[in-house]
Design a protein around this ligand. Structure first.
Ligand code: NAD
Length: 733
């Protein structure tokens, strides 16, 4: 047998072991070549009477496989588009359907081959790879910390289309299966066993032997659902029990997705229909939905942004060429407040030494205590050991003495948002650090070029803008001042990579990228409130449009006094025209007259009762100059306004050259402020509907609501030429 991606050996007991180990790759992925090898392996196992069964395992040190190669799936879309032009829609659809279900048929062939197949899994085993394991007759997991199984396809707008929906729904209660498929979580070994997804969890040293033992001891070569009398765990769909499941499942789907995710709906449909059919037909139903979902613009946009672009940015797509990798051993964090404490934690957690400096030891210690709390929470959840906490805390040295920063490789400054304080700090730091030490400021609003004026080495001065809470938010905005050099950029990117976050690189401007779009979202919420739209309707429109929270809720998180401070600073520095009077008035009333600062003082647009659920503040209606009847308000228009306001701002940011790469705008918008992920991000949202339709929408909203919706010139040009942001970027490259 001529295999490229597997080693195949049979032992003296007649048990074959197929070891998946793709040459030249750190992780196994499913490609057409892997499928061909697997096909040959199944044939060989069946054909050789001396072979009793086969164990499938991985030859990679820390992983089984990450699943299907998503670029291969993207390729299928392109194939379809080409064929549709050449041979017409129907022929294209047939080929597309056949191609997109090859994996399904291959796994079914394995499952029905008549000899037992066993998956022996260590490390991550996700997506199509876990579907392979599910098709095996027995699944053994190694109990190592890094072992995870799961079906995360939903996170890129797809769903498990190689039998995953059908096998999972036959292994566990329907409600649990749907939840697992909707969430796409990575599941730890013991949990996977408790859920009934795998059969055994054993130490690594016993993995192969345990898997072989299943075959040696005459384990069944027939899946439960192919055995006579098989009953699904939740019983029949059309039964009293089934009727307890499906209506709530539909409601939960609506609540969680607002019907924005075609893949989530397809999961519901595939499971609902599939559970009423025998396996082969059920798989065909799943394949039909899969072929449909693979062709949706949502899947294309999500795969591009959340898999391809994010991967490229994580691997250093924006790193300047020719700069040697920076070794960052020690990081000085200035200011141990809300942000500094989080930065210290993520840095120490990544194994770097941290010097956490504040004005006095008490403040510095308070910042360090945050790390203690975070690791303790992890310990409570069984995700860390007390030794991890000790080691992490030992890496954080608290101080109020600048001399302790002397041998730092990088500084992250997170002191008060005040140019004078920041200037004083940079001078004190530069008096002690090495000349090659990079200085990053976490300012959220102050232009970097201006702040760098206080530095003796502006080429080493850069913006490293985290989002709160630092330990949870995966985006870091890197901001280039006018004088920032390549070494600083490379070091900042290397640091972000080390703490396993995703960087975007932007040029210097007020609000940079993310905060400008977020500001537009919040402003739109304030405008709606001032127009008399009921607050609950505004919030629901935000969520229905696909945002994680409504604009008023988001403002509460950011803090209303901060929003007012930014409005006042903008007015002072740019001019009265740069701020919206209705917004200013609303914020002044909330903050200065009502003392409502947001979640931080439990009083904002919402009330936050101790131990209770937040609820909109009943006094809001009293602040509205007028009231509109809910029934007379166009809800779809509210939704559009909330997304368009952000997208048109993103287009402006792009036109101004603050963001230069659409991948960064898209990834940044989803990771940074949760812009409706099903769109693929702010610029994909425009590309998806087409610049012409978007400009038309802007013009309509501009006529009704004012110039904040006025489309920038670049968009108008794109509308007339039929251009796209990604098309422009491709041409420029
Ligand atoms: P904070 O008030 O919680 O913390 C600031 C800390 O800096 C305090 O502990 C203070 O004692 C310390 N400090 C002040 N002057 C100092 C000095 N001269 N030397 C040493 N320490 C000093 O503020 P924060 O929310 O953590 O914000 C810090 C920075 O991060 C600001 O620039 C802010 O704009 C930015 N930022 C904040 C957020 C956010 O959501 N809060 C998000 C992104 C960026």
């Amino acid at each position: 047998m001529n295999l490229t991606n597997f080693r195949f050996e049979t032992d003296s007991d007649g048990i074959a072991v197929a070891t998946w180990d793709m040459p030249g790759r750190s992780m196994n992925v499913i490609t057409p070549e892997v499928m061909a090898d697997l096909d040959a392996i199944i044939d060989a196992v069946v054909a050789d009477a001396a072979v009793k069964g086969c164990v499938i395992t991985s030859g990679k040190e820390g992983s089984f496989s990450g699943g299907a190669d998503l670029t291969m799936l993207q390729g299928l879309r392109t194939l379809y588009e080409g064929l549709a032009k050449e041979r017409g829609e129907e022929a294209a659809m047939q080929t597309f359907f056949d191609e997109s279900r090859r994996l399904t048929l291959l796994y079914r062939k394995l499952e029905t081959a008549g000899k037992p197949f066993v998956a022996a899994v260590h490390g991550v085993c996700l997506g199509g790879a876990f579907e392979l394991a599910l098709a095996c007759h027995h699944r053994v997991l190694c109990d190592h910390d890094a072992t995870r199984v799961g079906l995360p396809e939903i996170k890129v707008g797809l769903f498990p289309g190689a039998g995953g929906t059908q096998r999972v729904a036959r292994l566990m209660q329907t409600g649990d299966a749907l939840q697992m498929l909707f969430k796409g979580d990575q599941i730890r070994p013991l949990m996977a066993r408790n859920m009934g997804l795998v059969h055994q969890v054993v130490p690594h040293a016993d993995l192969l032997e345990t898997a072989k033992a299943y075959i040696r001891n005459g384990g069944a070569a027939v899946a439960p659902w192919d055995q006579k009398g098989f009953k699904t765990p939740s019983g029949k769909v059309f039964s009293a029990a089934g009727m307890q499941i499906w209506p709530p499942a539909n409601a939960i789907y609506r609540r969680e997705t607002n019907d924005n995710y075609p893949a989530a709906k397809a999961i519901l449909q595939a499971v609902y229909e599939g559970l009423q059919l025998p396996m082969d037909l059920a798989l065909k139903v799943e394949s039909r939905y899969f072929a449909k979902i693979l062709r949706t613009p949502e899947a294309a946009a999500m795969i591009r942004t959340l898999f391809l672009s994010m991967g490229e940015l994580n691997k250093g797509a924006r790193r300047p060429e020719g700069v040697a990798p920076t070794t960052i051993r020690k990081v000085g964090v200035l200011g141990a407040g809300f942000m500094g404490a989080g930065v210290a934690y993520v840095t120490a957690n990544a194994g770097m030494e941290v010097v956490l400096l504040d004005r006095d030891m008490e403040a510095a210690e308070k910042g360090k205590a945050y790390s203690h709390k975070l690791v303790s929470d992890q310990i409570m959840k069984g995700r860390a050991k007390s030794a991890d906490r000790d080691a992490l805390l030992a890496r954080i040295k608290t101080t109020s003495d600048y001399a302790d920063l002397a041998d730092c490789d990088l500084i992250v400054e997170a002191v008060f948002e005040d140019p004078a304080v920041k200037a004083e700090v940079v001078q004190k730091v530069e008096a002690v650090i090495r000349p090659d030490c990079i200085f990053g400021t976490n300012t959220s609003t102050l232009p970097i070029t201006g702040l760098a004026k206080a530095s003796k080495r502006p080429e080493n001065y850069i913006g490293i803008h985290f989002f709160s809470p630092v330990e949870r938010m995966m985006l870091v905005e890197i901001i280039m001042g006018k004088a920032t050099g390549d070494a600083a950029l490379a070091a900042a990117l290397d640091y972000v990579r080390a703490i396993k976050k995703t960087p975007i690189v932007v040029n210097d401007a007020r609000g940079f990228f993310a905060n400008r779009c977020v500001g537009a979202y919040i402003l739109e919420g304030h405008k709606m409130l001032a127009e008399g739209v009921p607050a609950a309707m505004i919030e629901n429109a935000g969520k229905a449009a696909g945002m994680p929270v409504g604009p008023l809720s988001l403002n509460d998180e950011v803090a209303l006094d901060l929003a007012l401070k930014i409005v006042k600073a903008t007015k002072a520095q740019v001019g009265a025209d740069a701020v919206d009077p209705a917004q200013e008035e609303l914020l002044v009333r909330m903050v200065e007259r009502e003392g409502r600062l947001g979640r931080k003082n439990r009083k904002g647009f919402y009330d936050y009762p101790e131990g209770g659920k937040k609820r909109l503040w009943p006094g809001l209606a009293g602040l509205q100059p007028k009231h509109k009847e809910g029934e007379l308000i166009d809800f779809e228009e509210l939704k559009s306004r909330l997304l368009v306001a952000q997208a048109v701002e993103a287009a402006r940011v792009f036109e101004e050259g603050v963001v230069t790469d659409p991948r960064e705008a898209d990834v940044g918008s989803i990771l940074g402020f949760g812009f409706a992920p099903f769109t693929g991000g702010v610029l994909s949202y425009i590309d998806m509907m087409g610049a012409r339709a978007f400009v038309e929408m802007c013009r309509g909203l501009e006529a009704k609501h004012g110039p904040r919706f006025s489309p920038p010139r670049m968009l108008v040009e794109m509308a007339s030429t039929g251009g796209t942001f990604y098309g422009r970027a491709k041409r420029a490259a």
